[in-house]
Design a protein around this ligand. Structure first.
Ligand SMILES: [Zn+2]
Length: 675
C-alpha cells in the first residue's frame, strides 16, 4: 500500500524552503496585523441590537476558544499539509493573486483561502501562517476604491467579496484592528447605493445570506439603520430559498438536461437552485432572515430545509448528495468538499441563532465524518466528491450528475479548484464554534472536542477547560474557573443519540438530562468546579437507502475499510494526485439488527496524533457479515446497495469497522441479511 507522503517528502521539503523564501521577501504588515488580542482581556461578545431578533446563542469572538488534544493535532496536520502551504505551490493564491494586487486569480480563491487560513493561523498562534493571511487582509483594507468597493478592480462581482467579508469579520474579532469597521461601513454603503443598478446575479444571488450575515455583524457594531435596509435589499434580490423548500420540487436526482445545464453557461436558475454548494450555504438563509423579521416561521425554516434534503438526497455521512447537483440517496453518489465546509459554517451560524440541539448533532456528524473522510491522512490531498460507498478512487465519469472524471481523486485540485481554496475553513471554524455565549448571559457547550475557553461572563473573566477524547469516547470533563464567584447558566448539548446520559458536578450526581436538548445548569460557579458528562456510546443502526443499514456510535459513522492501494497519477508541485484501488473485497451484507448492534462492545485503543488515520484509529467495531457475490462495481462505482433484506449462502465472517473518516475506501451503507 502506497501512502502519499512517503513518495514526495524530499521534493516537498525542497519546495517548502523555496516557498518560505518567497514569503520572507514579502513586505509584512504595517500596524496591526501581527500583534493580536490574545494577551489582553477577553473580547466582548456583542449581542444583536434592536430591532433584530435575539440569537439564542452567540459564537464567541475568534480566539476565545483554543483547541487542545486531538483537535489541536488535527489543526496542526492541516497547517503542516496543504492548508499551511497552498500559496507556495498553487499560483491561484500565490504572490500574483489579484487580492494581493497581482494580475492572477482575482475572483473567489484568494478570499476562500484567507477565510480558513486566518482562523487556522490564529487558533494555532502560528506567526508564519498569520503573516500569510495578513497580506491578503492588509491589501484588501488598504486598497479600498474611493467608491467604497473592495477587491481587485478587474471584476465587480459581488460574490467573491462576500467571502472576504467573512474573513475580515473574523480578523476584526481576533485583533480589534480599527481599520476593519470603517472599510466595511464604506463598502456596505457603496453596495446599498449600487445594488439597484447592478443587482445580485448568479452565485451572489444564491448566496446573499452570507453577505447579509456580515452586514448584520456590522450593524451590531455601528447601529447604522442603512445596514438593515441593505439586508432587506439583498433578501429581495436574492433567491427565495424558503419558497424553494416550502414546495420542494427537486425530489429526484437531477441530470444536466433536467436542470438545463447548457443554458446561461450553467448559471441558470434551475442549475443554481440544485447546486450543492449553494444549498449548503443556504442552510443558514432562513435563520439569518429570521433576525430581520422575528417570525417564528422563518426561524423554523431551517428544519424544513434539512428535512427535505435528508428525505430526498440524504446520505449516511450526514451530507446530502451533490455531485455537483442533487443526486438522490444512493450512497454511491458524491458530495462536494465545498458543500461539506459550507454546510458546517451554515450549521454553526444557525445553531447560534436558533439554539436547536439537533443542529449541533448534525454539525458534529459532518465534522467528525464527512470532513476527515475526504482528505488523505496528512491533508496534502483532498477530493472534490466523496462517496459513502466509495470502492475505488479513479478516473471515471460515473456516477456524477454533472461533475467530471477526476472528481473523486485525492489530489491538489481534482475536478475544479474551488475546494482547494475553500476547504481551509472546515476545522478552524468548527473549533472556534465549540463554545458559545447564551442570550441570558451564560455559556453553552454547543459541540464537543478538547479545548480551552477564555471569555467574560457577567463581567467576570472565566476560563473553561474541556478535557475529552470525544468523539471517540463519551466522557467530557469541564473545569470552570471564574476569576471570582459568579452565577450563570451553563448549557450542555445532549445529543439525540445520548439517551441515558448523566451529569456529575464536583463528583455528585446531578440532574438526568434529556437527549436531544440543551440541558441547563444554573449555579454560582467558583474556581475549580468540575462538570462531567457521560454520554453512553452503544453502537446503533441507522436505516438508509433501500433498507440499507449504517452503524453509528456517538457522533461517529462506521465503515468497512477496503484495502487501499494508492497509485500516484501525477506530481502536482508540493503534492500529487492519487488514485486508490481496492485490494480487498467489500461486498458485505450485515447480520445485524437494532438489538444485536446495541450489544456490540466497541474496541478502544489510545487516541494518538492522527485519530482519523486508518492505521491509528482509536475505536473499532466488529460485526458479522456475509458476502453478496452479485453486488459489484462497474467502472469503479459500487452498484446501488441491493434492496434489503438480502440472502447469502456465503460463510459468516467477522469484519472490523472503523470510523468513516479513517477509511478512504469504504462501505458505509450495507444491505442487511434476512434474519
Ligand atoms: Zn468545491
Amino acid at each position: 500500500m502506497n501512502r502519499p507522503s512517503r513518495f514526495i517528502a524530499s521534493r516537498r521539503d525542497f519546495l517548502k524552503q523555496a516557498g518560505a523564501a518567497a514569503i520572507a521577501s514579502w513586505p509584512l504588515s504595517r500596524g496591526f496585523g501581527l500583534t493580536d488580542q490574545a494577551a489582553g482581556s477577553p473580547r466582548r461578545v456583542l449581542k444583536n441590537r434592536a430591532p433584530l431578533a435575539s440569537n439564542a446563542f452567540y459564537i464567541l469572538p475568534l480566539g476565545s476558544v483554543t483547541p487542545s488534544g486531538w483537535l489541536r493535532d488535527q489543526l496542526q496536520i492541516q497547517a503542516n499539509g496543504l492548508g499551511g502551504h497552498l500559496d507556495e505551490t498553487w499560483a491561484d493564491v500565490g504572490n500574483n493573486s489579484g487580492w494581493l494586487g497581482g494580475t492572477g486569480e482575482s475572483w473567489e480563491r484568494g478570499p476562500y483561502f484567507v477565510d480558513g487560513l486566518y482562523p487556522l493561523a490564529y487558533l494555532l498562534d502560528d506567526v508564519k501562517l498569520k503573516a500569510k493571511a495578513q497580506r491578503f487582509i492588509d491589501w484588501t483594507l488598504e486598497h479600498q476604491a474611493p467608491s467604497g468597493m473592495i477587491g481587485p478592480s478587474t471584476n465587480d462581482d459581488w460574490w467573491p467579496r462576500m467571502v472576504m467579508l467573512k474573513a475580515l469579520a473574523q480578523y476584526e474579532e481576533a485583533t480589534g484592528d480599527p481599520r476593519v469597521v470603517p472599510v466595511l461601513s464604506r463598502y456596505f454603503a457603496y453596495q446599498l447605493s449600487a445594488l439597484p443598478g447592478r443587482p445580485l446575479r448568479d452565485w451572489g444571488k444564491f448566496r446573499w445570506q452570507d453577505n447579509a450575515l456580515i452586514a448584520i455583524w456590522l450593524y451590531n457594531r455601528t447601529g447604522d439603520p442603512k445596514l438593515i435596509e441593505l439586508v432587506k435589499l439583498l433578501h429581495a434580490q436574492g433567491h427565495d430559498w424558503q419558497k424553494q423548500y416550502a414546495d420542494f420540487k427537486f425530489t429526484e436526482p437531477v441530470t444536466a438536461e433536467t436542470i438545463k445545464l447548457n443554458e446561461a453557461g450553467g448559471l441558470g436558475d434551475l442549475a443554481l437552485s440544485t447546486h450543492g454548494v449553494n444549498n449548503g450555504q443556504a442552510v443558514k438563509a432562513a435563520p439569518v432572515w429570521y433576525l430581520i423579521t422575528g417570525n417564528e416561521a422563518d426561524r423554523r425554516g431551517i428544519g424544513e430545509m434539512l428535512a427535505a434534503l435528508d428525505k430526498y438526497h440524504g446520505l449516511p455521512n450526514g451530507m446530502f448528495s451533490c455531485d455537483e447537483h442533487f443526486a438522490g440517496r444512493n450512497p454511491s453518489q458524491g458530495s462536494e468538499l465545498c458543500t461539506v465546509v459550507e454546510t458546517m459554517f451554515s450549521l454553526e451560524q444557525s445553531l447560534a441563532i436558533v439554539g436547536d440541539a439537533a443542529l449541533g448533532d448534525r454539525l458534529e456528524k459532518l465534522a467528525f465524518n464527512a470532513l476527515p473522510g475526504t482528505f488523505s491522512d496528512d491533508m496534502w490531498a483532498h477530493q472534490y466528491n466523496q462517496e459513502p460507498n466509495q470502492v475505488e478512487v479513479s478516473l471515471h465519469r460515473k456516477p456524477w450528475t454533472t461533475d467530471g472524471p477526476e472528481s473523486n481523486l485525492y489530489g491538489l485540485e481534482p475536478n475544479f479548484g474551488c475546494c482547494t481554496a475553500n476547504f481551509h475553513q472546515g476545522w478552524p471554524k468548527f473549533a472556534a464554534s465549540l463554545w458559545m455565549a447564551s442570550a441570558d448571559g451564560g455559556l453553552v457547550a454547543a459541540a464537543y472536542s478538547p479545548c480551552e475557553v477564555r471569555t467574560a461572563v457577567r463581567g467576570v473573566d472565566v476560563s473553561v477547560r474541556e478535557q475529552t477524547e470525544y468523539p471517540f469516547r463519551g466522557h467530557v470533563r469541564i473545569t470552570v474557573d471564574p476569576s471570582s464567584q459568579v452565577a450563570f447558566p451553563l448549557r450542555l448539548r445532549i445529543p439525540a443519540w445520548a439517551s441515558g446520559a448523566s451529569i456529575r458536578i464536583n463528583g455528585q450526581a446531578a440532574q438526568n438530562p434529556e437527549a436531544g436538548t440543551f440541558t441547563k445548569i444554573d449555579r454560582t460557579w467558583k474556581a475549580g468546579d468540575v462538570v462531567e458528562v457521560e454520554m453512553p456510546m452503544q453502537p446503533r443502526l441507522a436505516q438508509g437507502y433501500k433498507g440499507s443499514a449504517s452503524i453509528e456510535r456517538g457522533p461517529l459513522v462506521f465503515s468497512f475499510p477496503i484495502g487501499e492501494d494508492w497509485v500516484k497519477l501525477r506530481d502536482r508541485g508540493m503534492t500529487a494526485d492519487w488514485q486508490v484501488f481496492p485490494s480487498s473485497q467489500w461486498n458485505y451484507a450485515l447480520a445485524a439488527d437494532t438489538q444485536s448492534v446495541a450489544a456490540i462492545g466497541a474496541k478502544e485503543t489510545a487516541v494518538g496524533k492522527r485519530p482519523f488515520a486508518v492505521k491509528e484509529t482509536p475505536v473499532t467495531i466488529e460485526v458479522e457479515a456475509r458476502k453478496i457475490p452479485a453486488w459489484r462495481a462497474v467502472d469503479g462505482v459500487a452498484d446501488p446497495v441491493p434492496q434489503s433484506p438480502v440472502s447469502s449462502e456465503e460463510p459468516l465472517e467477522k469484519i472490523t469497522l472503523v470510523p468513516y473518516g479513517a477509511a478512504k475506501l469504504r462501505i458505509t451503507a450495507f444491505p442487511v441479511l434476512k434474519s
